[in-house]
Design a protein around this ligand. Sequence first.
Ligand code: UT7
Length: 331
Amino acid sequence: MIPTIARITGTGRGLPARIFTNDDFASIGVETSDEWIVERTGIRERRIAAESETTCWMAAAASRSAMSKAGVTSGEIDVIILSTATPDRLLPATAVDLQAELGATRAAAFDVSAACSGWLYGLTIAEGMIASGAIDTALVVGAEKMSAIIDWTDRSTCVLFGDGAGAVIVQRNKAGEKAGILSTFMRSDGCLADLLYRPHGGAAHPMTKEIVENRSHLVRMAGREVFKHAVREMSEAADRALDSAKLRGADIDLLVPHQANKRIIEATAKHAGIPMSKVYVNVDRFGNTSSASIPIALDEVIEKKIVGPGSTVMMVAFGAGFTWASAIIRL
Ligand code: UT7
């Protein structure tokens, strides 16, 4: 058995109250149908945040729940790693707003920008910081207000995304502990950046009236191309995580994949040799919440007791960049 350095000791989620169904798109003049969205993506509804439900607000709700389940107080957190593609402000990092909100007075805090894979990047960084001896306790959050950066007039993207946050506490293992992070994997390919991106509004092309009028500060995606890469790279990520943990698909009790599209999830599971009965899907209720999707799903499967102590869980993600990543944990 591979000795582990760190384990997840608590999970939580923070979701906006408002449910926006596929049929609700008609009310804002988007020409689509429940039938099209369900058939192509598996999404039936998503949460959409109100103005007061900021990325930090959702992150704080998820974090408080994870801290309470882990029995960790804010003063015990050494680092806050917050993955987001939708920071509340461009400066400073949303992680420091979260640090202030939680009163985590001993914590370093920074954002990770790796799109949908960002929470798994964050988990990997936390494990590394614990391995180095720098810290004992990390709060790793994925929080996204995707509704703020999608083009609500572009039916090919606006139907896909939703808002929400998920969080975990990661702590140093005691000697002989069986639970823990068994393997992690991260990869990127920036040559493909323009297939899923926000063209303008950053430092290279600061915001102007024209940019806002052209909507070129909002998400653009070449859906079909992204789909092909998502299937290929999520499959690779699953292979690498299994290889490093010296496991096979049959050893996995539950696959908790990034929730972008049910068809991508099905293809990834098939490649890894994992039947759909061992795959968690909640994209029907939340849509694609980018880097929040895996920690939200992880919190649900633990709460519903679909997995418990001793279970082996594989997590796989893919997103803008492109970035892709995976991890296998034993609960
Ligand atoms: O987090 C990771 C990042 N994102 C993803 O993983 C998303 C990856 N891509 C996908 O999931 C899929 O490509 C989509 C769900 C975005 C699209 O599905 P598709 O089967 O690839 O459809 P398509 O883009 O090829 O479009 C097919 C048709 C087009 O009409 P024509 O040109 O065939 O007449 C679109 O105009 O569907 C049309 N269409 C829609 N129709 C109704 C596109 N969006 C919609 C819509 N409602 N919302």
